[in-house]
Design a binder for this molecule. Sequence first.
Ligand SMILES: [Zn+2]
Length: 271
Amino acid sequence: MRRVGPLVLGSDTDPALTDSLGVADRHRPRASKVTLALSDRLSDLSVRCEGGWRVWRLARRIRECALNEYGWRCDHPVCPRCSARKAKKYRERIERELRALRPGVRVYHLTLTRGDDTIVGGRKRLLKAFRLLRRRHSFGQVLGGSFQVEVLPTNSGSMKWNVHLHAVIFSSSRHLPLADMRAAWLEIAGVDDVPGSLCLSLVQPFPRSDRGSTKGFSPVAFYTTKRRRSELLAFSDLQLREFVASVPGRRWMFRFGSAHRGSCKQQRLST
Ligand SMILES: [Zn+2]
């Protein structure tokens, strides 16, 4: 069966993408196609916005990254091609952590969401709220984990941005106190009890017979690494402007607790 992961960036029939590609670009790798399309979009944007020379410079930089055939990479966080490489490294790190788990440790996928009017403020408030949540009693059975913050424009509601994080968390507990966790989260984050503000699911990263191979636990690792896909092409001018101004220079991937050290000894979390 063909494995489908986050590095497959959208669909080839994506109209926003195919419209902006020339014939010669159709045979390029998918990440390069998205990067070229984004570069064109940013070039258009640069002539219409204030401080457009920065946007134009970014457009030129990621275009060079997409067209370079000698291994040069721009390493810009907005570049879809370089984001795909970072996502791959992140996924491989999670896979190593999962392989190193001692028997009996369970893996959960936690999603926390809150709306905000700005990307920078939303990221800051989400990180602070998660830090406070990790100190609560309901989170005491969690040993550690890795998480990544994502932002997407909201389609409805009063807030402009959906700021959320996907965390892979490790616990030796069979049942995490979901109701208590949710109550604590609603109080700390100051969000309404809407579906999706806190989601927790147990994932079985690998079947017992398949321990040590990547097969079987890819869903959780893939899910946490989806970011910066061709969704950027669907952003409005204002949204794209804020996105490219806010994302660079900030950390978006984190880990906490002890799981990343290769074992999951029960110990107090350092947050
Ligand atoms: Zn790049």
